[in-house]
Design a protein around this ligand. Structure first.
Ligand code: BEZ
Length: 209
């Protein structure tokens, strides 16, 4: 099964390092980054989990909860988390789902049989407070993810949910944004009081609202 943007993220109940998680009540009114790992005690995953733990302040600022998944058992996760703390200098401060029965991995299409018929690939799902899937990215097992990029996309999603703008290539929070082509110039003058630069009728830049 492949989940597409705009679809509702499936609910589930599964064990984790933070006890049993019922996904919808656990996520509450937050955004969620749900990301999977191929296996416990693997080097790239160890670095990723340490990095996500260190980014907790960035996730909190954006009202985002992180939740990882690996197909091994919760006891393995707990042993592994000691290695993560020792080697990455950060304690796991978010739940890591234990998915030995592949319940969540199958619900979210995290097993790509042509890559490995048993292990999850590095899937990322950004899910909004209405449980809608807003971003999916799939990386191969051999490539560690860039969580700064995931935060950047969340910044764009949260901004463009509030204002009639889109964010240009390589945009970072604080940089100019693009006014939606659906907004007429007259309306743009009212909606974007800092003004705009018009390069083409469809390409108008304005300071980030
Ligand atoms: C890793 O996390 O290092 C890894 C996991 C599975 C395959 C290759 C690398």
């Amino acid at each position: 099964m492949s989940l597409k943007l705009g679809e509702i993220a499936p609910d589930f109940t599964q064990e984790s390092t933070a006890g049993s998680i019922h996904f919808y009540p656990w996520s509450g009114n937050s955004w969620v980054v749900l990301f999977s790992h191929p296996k416990d005690f693997t080097p790239v995953c160890t670095t990723e989990l340490g990095t996500v733990a260190k980014l907790k302040g960035e996730f909190d600022k954006r009202n985002v909860k992180a939740i990882g998944l690996s197909v091994d058992a919760v006891n393995d996760h707990k042993e592994w988390s000691k290695d993560i703390a020792e080697t990455q200098g950060a304690q796991l401060n978010f739940p890591l789902l234990a998915d030995p029965d592949r319940k969540v991995a199958n619900l979210y299409g995290m097993i790509h049989e042509k890559a490995s018929d048993t292990a999850t690939v590095r899937s990322v799902f950004v899910i909004d407070p209405n449980h809608k899937i807003r971003l999916t990215i799939t990386y191969p097992a051999s490539t560690g993810r860039n969580f700064d990029e995931i935060l950047r996309v969340i910044d764009s999603l949260q901004l463009t949910d509030k204002h009639k703008v889109a964010t240009p290539v390589n945009w970072k929070s604080g940089e100019d944004v693009i006014i939606s082509p659906a907004v007429a110039d007259e309306d743009a003058k009212k909606q974007f009081p800092k003004g705009f630069r018009k390069l083409k009728p469809y390409l108008r830049y304005t300071p980030q609202p």
